[in-house]
Design a protein around this ligand. Structure first.
Ligand SMILES: *[C@@H]1O[C@H](CO)[C@@H](O)[C@H](O)[C@H]1NC(C)=O
Length: 216
């Protein structure tokens, strides 16, 4: 009986027919139970669709906006203010380097970091260091920091490879640092995040310029 009524509804969808049928339907309690059950099913279906939709939104949000990404800390470029290099027989170097560092923050929130230091190594020996002042990298942007560092071979052991490197015309230094800070997602959620720098800088001795910077 319910089926045949549904067929009628589809065949005659005119307003006056509809009103007439509505009266018929409310005439018996069985019909109104049926109607209530259908309504209930409809709301359940709406609710299920809403839950699925909401879950999708939350999932998408947590995979994009709310995801914490590790900021990238690297040496972007370097120039020299002074540049003195010894000979193969008497190897040494003394340079003042201006390095531009970059903190690339891909998060949807600021990255605030503490004071730190950047140390430059020749082989295993530290040959210079500079202070990295605390500041912040804005959301989805790169903060550029300039540091000035005096690099000197004075502390190197006498058996170092420096003579060979001067002979080859290239000197490779490693810049290492670590930033400790916090990512502030949407200005609300804070999460501690550290980032390491490990960059190798190849310097051409003939042209007294940086030839290549590679960061891990
Ligand atoms: C950070 O470094 C600057 C300059 O070196 C110093 O004045 C400041 O007190 C330091 N801040 C902290 C929290 O150590």
């Amino acid at each position: 009986m319910a089926e045949s009524r549904m067929d009628q509804q589809q065949v005659y969808p005119l307003p006056q027919n509809y009103n007439a049928k509505r009266d018929q339907e409310s005439a018996t309690t069985m019909d109104s139970d049926e109607l209530r059950r259908k309504k209930c099913m409809k709301y359940l279906a709406y609710f299920a669709a809403f839950v699925v939709f909401q879950t999708g939104i939350i999932l998408l949000f947590s995979l994009t906006v709310m995801k914490i990404r590790t900021p990238k800390f690297r040496v972007r470029s370097s120039t020299f203010e002074s540049f003195e290099v010894g000979t193969v027989a008497d190897p040494s170097f003394n340079m003042r380097m201006n390095a531009e560092l970059g903190v690339k923050n891909a998060n949807f929130g600021n990255y605030k970091f503490q004071n730190s230091t950047i140390v430059f190594f020749y082989g295993d020996a530290a040959v210079g260091q500079a202070v990295v002042r605390k500041t912040k990298a804005g959301w989805r942007s790169t903060k550029k920091l300039d540091v000035e560092v005096d690099l000197s071979s004075n502390g190197l052991p006498s058996n170092s490879q420096l003579g060979n490197d001067i002979n080859s015309g290239f000197l490779t230094l490693n810049g290492r640092s670590r930033l400790n800070g916090k990512v502030e997602l949407m200005f609300i959620f804070k999460k501690k995040k550290s980032t390491n720098m490990d960059c190798s800088i190849t310097i051409g001795l003939a042209d007294k310029a940086v030839r290549e910077i590679k960061c891990k």
